[in-house]
Write a protein that binds this ligand. Structure first.
Ligand code: NAG
Ligand code: NAG
Ligand code: NAG
Ligand code: NAG
Ligand code: NAG
Ligand code: NAG
Length: 670
């Protein structure tokens, strides 16, 4: 544990937050629910006592501390205790042992009667439960700690952080320890250090998925941040906080070894008060502005948190940050919105979506917003509407357009979003002039961004959101051409329910809808996967699925793509403006993924977690795609009666399936 001297004010602040236990080793956070408690002198109690007392010696015998991970059980069902610990992979076995040893004595002080307990320390995670927690991904709760200081070039930093974290996640998912560190130059004086780790009992896929979810919550404009959940941990800082020598060397050539404790020219704000900043120049600017430490659970983390409640006092109550989402903080009054949009003037109109008109507005503080005026009453009550907005507003991810609030007055139902500067994907994709600047690297980045955004919607443990209307015009682009998905959660907000789908109206856009949805109104996360596949194909071809007229016999984009794939000419699909500077591998892999996503049987389509993994790692072998579903029918937009769709099965039978289980390079040797 750090022997650094902390600034008294920081220490005080942490005590105020109730985060420092009386002992010298403090837990960063603990999560134990009153929902499952045991009574004193129960069998569970005695099993737990036995577990806590024998864990350290058993783990020592089984090399648990050298491995940094150990799982064990005590007692018999129904009072069995399942427990594990995970040490940060760069700490020594001795430190690991000390941390776990401390945890076993600390646990009953923090969580005296709770069966289900997770405690995080600087160097280890300690966890037990009355249900099996082994080999299961549990991404919630996610706890966020961050450095209050802002980075100097947020846009560039965000990009660097995103890329570095993704690389680290891929590397960790591929490693047996499920651990990786990366460092990259940020400025002349600052390097970005990243560390990610999962419990090694997770599969590669689960590990990647857990990490990807956590990245959505990392603050990308801060000098440091970390997110920990019961199954994974990710952290970045602008100083070396991990021990490089102890870790398996990451692929990039490791520059000189940083030390574990940050060099302290000045110790400044970080959750536990020890964020060193190595450049004296930067310190000179920052030191005076540093007040204290902020620790909180991001609003979005609250959302992810399970129904079970924490025992520890919620830090956000004290930290006074603006991420906490409540109805009050989200409510705009109509007057403000009318001023912002010049009374919904036509000059300010940005467009019209499926659920209403969208206007640009400027708030009195200068912030640009996009205002969506919902067209029809949804039959949903005001309270219900508010509650749904609050839930959806808590979904925060860099690849989702942020919902800032709502307005509900009289007949008006209005949603207020952040304004995204660069219009939508279709604006670039289908315009011959703009297409030219829309090079492959931009397109590839957008594909990755969309994938991560959907993954977040799908895998969020509390609100599993199926978008149901993914299409190019719903993908907005920010100033750095990062994809931001819009209109997510609309089904919840406007109360479109399943019964509506099953009667006669289908929410969605023809061409992006999978056959099972268009024909039978069945939707699942795999429906979004289908739409995502169509989007990939559109991004690659620069052709719009909905008005696709090919002369050579294929009647829609999906069949056109399949045809070229089957014939071994996938690169001919590529937008003709992309003649140079593209990565052949990336393009072919994307087409391959696109075709996997539009397969007829939803069960054959990969999950978004798999897709994100495929995008990040070339070591993942893609299965051969099955022939996609084809349809014929009118190519008009929006809500249509189910029986208007005609799924032409004779057509799909007539096309021979000749691509076998070969890897992509074999399919297309050129
Ligand atoms: C765990 O404990 C809870 C509450 O005490 C109980 O409802 C649940 O059935 C237990 N689970 C198992 C697997 O024993
Ligand atoms: C520790 O080892 C002993 C002897 O092998 C075993 O009986 C006990 O259940 C183990 N305890 C734990 C928590 O693994
Ligand atoms: C540890 O977890 C694995 C599953 O991940 C399980 O097979 C094994 O039995 C567990 N070990 C103990 C001692 O319970
Ligand atoms: C960081 O930036 C935000 C707004 O972008 C500002 O409110 C905050 O005060 C800044 N923090 C520091 C420590 O300068
Ligand atoms: C990072 O900067 C150092 C010098 O500060 C330089 O030696 C190194 O090559 C740079 N690394 C990269 C990846 O650019
Ligand atoms: C859990 O129960 C204990 C004892 O009844 C109580 O002191 C504590 O406030 C409860 N915690 C929560 C989060 O409800």
């Amino acid at each position: 544990m750090s022997n650094q001297i902390r600034l008294p004010i920081i220490l005080f602040f942490l005590v105020q937050l109730g985060l420092i236990s009386a002992a010298d080793r403090k837990n960063l956070y603990h999560d134990c629910s009153n929902a499952t408690t045991f009574s004193r002198n129960s069998t569970y109690q005695s099993n737990l006592n036995f577990f806590l007392s024998s864990l350290v010696s058993n783990a020592t015998r089984s090399n648990g501390f050298s491995n940094g991970f150990y799982n064990a059980t005590a007692g018999q069902d129904p009072n069995k205790v399942y427990g594990l610990f995970l040490c940060r992979a760069d700490v020594s076995p001795t430190t690991c042992r000390d941390c776990v040893n401390f945890a076993t004595s600390d646990a009953l002080k923090l969580c005296p009667v709770q069966k289900d307990t997770v405690i995080w320390y600087e160097e280890c995670l300690f966890r037990y439960s009355n249900v099996s927690i082994f080999s299961t991904m549990d991404p919630s709760p996610m706890i966020l700690l961050y450095n209050v200081n802002n980075v100097t070039e947020p846009a560039r930093f965000k990009q660097l952080l995103g890329n570095t974290m993704n690389e680290a996640a891929t590397q960790a998912a591929d490693s047996s320890k499920r651990f990786a560190t990366r460092k990259e130059n940020f400025t002349t004086f600052e390097k970005l250090y990243c560390l990610v780790q999962c419990t090694p009992d997770l599969s590669s896929l689960e590990c990647n998925s857990c990490l990807q979810q956590s990245f959505g919550g990392l603050p990308s404009d801060k000098k440091g941040g970390r997110i920990f959940s019961p199954s994974c941990y990710s952290r970045f800082e602008l100083y070396p906080f991990y021990n490089d020598t102890a870790t398996a060397a990451p692929p990039p050539p490791p520059p000189p070894t940083p030390v574990l404790s940050p060099p302290p020219p000045v110790s400044v704000a970080s959750p536990e008060g020890k964020s060193g900043i190595s450049s004296p120049i930067i310190i000179a600017i920052i030191a005076p502005t540093v007040v204290a430490v902020v620790l909180f659970i991001a609003g979005y983390c609250l959302l992810i948190r399970r129904a079970r409640k924490k025992n520890s006092p919620p830090p956000e109550d004290n930290a006074g940050n603006d991420v906490i989402t409540t109805i009050e903080s989200l409510q705009f009054d109509l007057g403000t919105i009318e001023v912002a949009t010049k009374k919904f003037s036509t000059d300010n109109k940005l467009g019209e979506g499926g659920f209403g008109e969208v206007y640009k507005g400027i708030l009195p503080n200068g912030q640009a917003i996009a205002v969506k005026r919902l067209s029809s009453s949804s039959g949903q009550g005001a309270e219900e509407f508010k509650n749904e907005v609050v839930l959806v507003a808590k979904l925060q991810h860099r690849n989702l357009v942020r919902l800032l609030g709502f307005c509900l007055e009289g007949e008006e139902k209005i949603l207020v979003y952040e304004f995204v500067t660069n219009k939508s994907l279709d604006y670039f994709l289908y315009d011959s002039e703009r297409q030219v600047e829309f090079d492959w690297s931009k397109r590839y980045k957008i594909i990755g961004g969309i994938a991560r955004g959907i993954l977040y919607l799908h895998e969020d443990s509390r609100l599993r959101i199926i978008h149901r209307d993914l299409k190019a015009s719903n993908i907005l682009l920010d100033e750095d051409m990062n994809a931001k998905i819009s209109d997510f959660g609309m089904a919840r907000i406007v109360g479109v329910d399943q019964s509506q789908v099953n009667t006669n109206r289908i929410v969605g856009t023809f061409g992006y809808m999978p056959p099972e949805y268009a024909m039978h109104g069945q939707f699942s996360v795999k429906s979004d996967v289908y739409s995502f596949g169509v989007l990939i194909l559109e991004i690659i071809t620069g052709k719009k699925n909905s008005d696709f007229y090919q002369t050579d016999g294929a009647e829609d984009l999906v069949s056109y793509a399949w045809k070229h794939w089957r014939d071994g000419t996938p690169l001919q699909l590529l937008d003709s403006t992309l003649t140079e500077s593209y990565s052949r591998n990336e393009v072919i892999r994307c087409i391959h993924m696109g075709l996997l996503c539009v397969q007829e049987d939803p069960a054959d389509r990969p999950t978004m977690a798999t897709i994100v993994l495929m995008l990040n790692s070339y070591s993942v072998t893609l299965p051969a795609p099955q022939q996609p579903a084809f349809f014929l029918g009118s190519r008009t937009e929006a809500s249509m009666a189910t029986n208007e769709f005609d799924f032409d099965q004779s057509k799909s039978k007539s096309i021979p399936c000749s691509v076998d289980d070969a890897s992509i390079t074999e399919v297309y040797p050129r």
